[in-house]
Design a binder for this molecule. Structure first.
Ligand code: TXA
Ligand code: MG
Length: 338
């Protein structure tokens, strides 16, 4: 069998051809789907900003297939970075390093740093190897929206903007990579993800507390927000909160560990097993599905802020604009949160 007669490898070489000509391709990673362009093609990269409606001050992540590609992207790479790459790559860890002058500044939104990761997905790696050069790719959603974790959700977000979508099935992790800044005196987690603080500490030692406003431009902007209201409810308070629910006119969605409640107007329900990795994997897809079901308020059972729970709660807090059911419940009945 020749290589081209194999549908998957045909698709990969077709996708690489599109990227080489300056086009955009949506591809799967283990975290979420990305929308990619050749990192060294500033016009193609500018199209990513345009189709996502992404603010120009929010830098992109550069994906690589081999560590040898780093030298054209980053410089003054500290030893700890190589130890992290050895251990966690390919995988959901993005490293912020000093940018090399060879990389078009638009990729990094003109910062003197660059975000790099090697994704752990066979299709992403096959595409990167076929290209033989780095691919700049943010998550394949319109700016401010939840990241897509399936080809169908990516299609719904940005399908018309790309020439091709590689369908690799649902993403294994479901939340975006951990972003670790290695350019300051102390390493700092700018975005929590599946590689947790506990996993990183043995490699990097004590970390700085993130000052997200100043350091990670992307975190300034609204994020992960579906087109309904998200109310995150503490797990202990869940049963009494649901019992006391007082907005019967609203179409409800729920994702919870507790058994389903017999509320009127529940139009979308997803149970999670109690395993945080299942919850992380399903969270964004539940947002997309709940939108399709016409949900107006989505009740979400919170998890403990430890391990992967830190990343889950980070996304929930951003999706809900930092509102919580606790403050919501203190409002006079019928008044929506501000
Ligand atoms: O899992 C992921 O990381 C996915 C997949 C597709 O790889 N990508 C992703 O990209 O989530 P994006 O663009 O949605 O998020 C990139 C984050 C943003 O918060 C951005 O501000 C931050 O990384 N970032 C990128 N370059 C940076 C830099 N030089 N300094 C600080 N933060 C940076
Ligand atoms: Mg994103």
């Amino acid at each position: 069998m020749t290589q081209l007669s194999h549908p998957a490898s045909y698709a990969i070489s077709h996708a690489a051809g599109i990227l080489r000509e300056g086009g955009l391709v949506i591809f799967p990673t283990e975290t979420v789907y990305g929308i990619g362009a050749r990192a060294f093609d500033p016009i193609a990269v500018s199209r990513i900003f345009q189709v996502k409606g992404r603010p120009a001050d929010n830098p992109l992540i550069v994906h690589i297939g081999t560590v040898s590609q780093l030298s054209a992207l980053a410089m003054e790479i500290p030893d700890v970075a190589f130890r992290l790459m050895d251990h966690f790559w390919p995988g959901p860890l993005t490293l912020i390093l000093k940018r090399a002058p060879t990389l078009p500044p638009i990729v990094s939104a003109n910062l003197d740093t660059v975000a790099v990761r090697m994704p752990d997905h066979p299709m992403a790696l096959a595409l990167l190897h076929e290209m033989g050069e780095p691919i700049a790719a943010p998550s394949a959603n319109r700016s401010g929206r939840p990241s897509p974790t399936s080809a169908a959700h990516a299609e719904k977000e940005l399908g018309p903007a790309v020439k091709m979508i590689l369908d690799g099935g649902p993403c294994r992790i479901g939340l975006e990579s951990t972003v670790l800044d290695l350019t300051e005196r102390r390493p700092c987690i700018l975005r929590p993800g599946a590689i947790t603080q506990e996993m990183l500490t043995p490699f990097v030692g004590p970390m700085a507390v993130p000052q997200q406003e100043a350091r990670s431009p992307g975190t300034r902007h609204r994020h992960y927000a579906p087109n309904f209201e998200v109310l995150t409810v503490d797990s202990k308070a869940w049963p009494s909160f649901v019992k006391a629910w007082h907005r019967p006119e609203k179409r409800l969605g729920m994702i919870c560990h507790h058994p389903p409640e017999n509320l009127p107007k529940v139009v979308y329900y997803r149970h999670f097993t109690g395993q945080e990795s299942d919850y992380a994997r399903d969270l964004f897809s539940s947002f997309h599905e709940a939108e399709a079901a016409g949900v107006e308020i989505f009740l979400v059972e919170a998890v403990e802020k430890q391990g992967l729970g830190v990343a889950i709660m980070d996304r929930l807090e951003r999706a809900g604009g930092m509102r919580s059911a606790v403050s919501y419940d203190r409002l006079p009945r019928g008044v929506p949160p501000g």
